[in-house]
Design a protein around this ligand. Structure first.
Ligand SMILES: [Zn+2]
Length: 96
């Protein structure tokens, strides 16, 4: 999956930035993070294709969750990500 430099979601444009050793607020290692205030999706550099696909979809779902007020939370976003990835893979849906 080639990740675009900008991702449009919920009517806004998010800049995609890659980092080495991406960390959360408490110093915990992260694969991805959506900053909905700064309109940035931060991604860990060097993930394999499957992991990158999962993480990008996960962060997009966080953005949708935040903007639409679904209140999915981390667990809900995780579950939805895994289910969607499974449907995409089971049906060989190509995401360019
Ligand atoms: Zn998350």
């Amino acid at each position: 999956m080639k990740v675009p430099r900008k991702i449009k979601a919920c009517g806004a444009e998010y800049k995609v930035c890659f980092h080495r050793n991406l960390c959360g607020d408490k110093g915990q290692p992260l694969f991805g993070q959506a900053d909905v205030n700064k309109y940035i999706i931060n991604l860990e550099y060097g993930m394999d294709q499957q992991k990158k696909q999962e993480v990008v979809l996960h962060e997009i779902l966080h953005i949708i969750d935040f903007n639409k007020g679904f209140n999915l939370g981390e667990k809900g976003v995780n579950n939805l990500t895994l289910e969607l990835i499974q449907v995409i893979r089971d049906n060989k849906i190509k995401i360019s």
